[in-house]
Write a protein that binds this ligand. Structure first.
Ligand SMILES: *Cc1c(COP(=O)(O)O)cnc(C)c1O
Length: 440
């Protein structure tokens, strides 16, 4: 990931230590014949692979192409395509595989916008989704109808980090596909944004397609929005045409930043994030006000064995990721229901006073971010569904960054302390904690 593929069909940059950035909406074509050849070959497999004929950025573009080669390699997939955002990638992957009258089977907790796409956007085009608990193989089997074409999930699931056993889903889908003709077979799509390919490569366990929000762990710095689909070669041309016509293509400038900063630093950032995450999760577990902590790296994590099996780096070392989910206090203020709940006071205190933690959605960045999924990222899910699945108003999602873990723990300790949660945050408290002064 640090060196990347130094030479590819897209462009030979083997004399550059840092790959160059292209920025050209259109490309010079030399002759009408060469232009015609470029158009004829776009999204077609040619028997004679030669240097690509670039025509226009939205079709294919070399800097983005280099990132795509490296992403396919990182995930152990055959091909990759980059999109303007994670949602553009997810909608492209889904829409190339289903048409009007067909169905998606999805896990019943999803990233908020994916849920909104499946529950309100796609039904307008005659594509329905059956939401089921995909940790339950029998429920999955029962949900698959003759119209089903996709099984879709995240693992770890955003936000409460439930794991879905990819190989188990694969075996149910294989049984079903054995009875179908090849055109109707079901594809498994996994959103691997939370784990990143450093911690988990779903294709190894049987996923057909992997989607990413490059905005998160892979991009790593929170400076660009982007997405990717890693897919088998037989779907590549359909995805390419979808991207050309729907137009949600990743800009080469964002691709370059991901290629030069994001992917090469992924391993180093992830190993630091997860060291921090383990310290922070253990601290939270020991805190009397914290009712529940879910982090796949904790031995108390309900699916710890599956985590150890499924979440590993390329050398086989356990990689439980950077995300922690925890529940603090009761979810409403019993004396005066209109007032802030203890959990809200806690997060507001963090937002106003923390040294190392910011209240913001997103994750996988160099800065530690906290958010409340119930009110923020998962606001689109129906309340009853959220509560049933453990997405509670008192819960916070923490995405660890590169700060010293002791600083993060100090922030959480102060904000969870009795003074902070009774009074709420005070701007007067916004100063550097004694712990930091000592460290300097
Ligand atoms: C952020 C996110 C997305 C959407 O990505 P964007 O780049 O914001 O469009 C999809 N899935 C997960 C798990 C995410 O965290």
């Amino acid at each position: 990931m640090i060196h990347g593929l130094s030479r590819s069909r897209r462009w030979d940059y083997s004399h550059h230590v840092v790959p160059p950035m292209t920025s050209s909406a259109a490309f010079r074509l030399d002759s009408v014949r060469r232009g015609a050849q470029g158009f004829a070959e776009f999204a077609h497999d040619t028997s004679d692979p030669h240097d690509p004929i670039y025509i226009y950025d939205r079709l294919e573009e070399p800097t983005r192409g280099m990132l795509e080669d490296n992403l396919a390699y990182a995930e152990g997939g055959e091909t990759a395509l980059c999109f303007a955002s994670g949602m553009a990638a997810i909608s492209a992957a889904v829409c190339t595989l289903v048409k009007c009258g067909e169905q998606i089977v999805a896990h019943d907790v999803l990233y908020g916008c994916t849920y909104s796409l499946f529950s309100t956007g796609l039904p307008r085009f005659g594509i329905d989704t059956r939401f089921v608990d995909l940790t339950d193989n029998d429920a999955l089997r029962a949900a698959i109808t003759a119209q089903a074409r996709i099984v879709y999930f995240e693992t770890p699931v955003n936000p409460e980090l439930t794991l879905i056993d990819i190989a188990a889903v694969r075996s149910v889908v294989d049984d079903e596909n054995a009875r179908r003709n090849p055109d109707d077979r079901i594809h498994i799509i996994v959103d691997n944004t939370f784990a990143t390919p450093h911690c988990q490569r779903p294709i190894e366990f049987g996923a057909d397609i992997v989607c990413h929000s490059l905005t998160k762990g892979i991009g790593g710095f929170g400076a660009d929005v982007g997405g990717a689909v890693i897919a088998p070669r037989d779907l590549y041309n359909r995805l390419l045409i979808f991207r050309k016509d729907f137009g949600g293509v990743l800009s080469p400038k964002a691709a370059w930043a991901t290629l030069v900063y994001g992917l090469p630093s992924l391993g180093a950032r992830m190993s630091n994030y997860q060291k921090t995450a383990l310290h922070v999760a253990r601290f939270l577990e020991s805190h009397h006000r914290v009712e529940k902590v879910l982090y796949p790296g904790l031995t108390s994590f309900p699916q710890h064995d599956l985590a150890k099996h499924q979440m590993k780096d390329a050398k086989g070392r356990f990689c439980p990721g950077s995300m922690i989910y925890f529940v603090i206090g009761e979810d409403r203020n019993v004396e005066s229901p209109a007032a802030k709940s203890p959990a809200e006071r806690f997060v507001d205190h963090v937002a106003e006073n923390a040294y190392a933690i910011s209240l913001a959605v997103s994750l996988g960045q160099v800065k530690t971010l906290i958010e409340c999924p119930f009110f923020m990222t998962h606001a689109a899910l129906p309340e009853a569904e959220k509560r049933r699945r453990g997405v509670l108003p008192g819960a916070s999602r923490l995405g660890c960054g590169l700060e010293d873990w002791e600083d993060i723990v100090a922030d959480l300790q102060r904000s969870a302390g009795p003074d902070a949660t009774q009074q709420g945050g005070s701007a007067l408290l916004r100063n550097r904690p004694p712990l930091i002064l000592l460290r300097i």
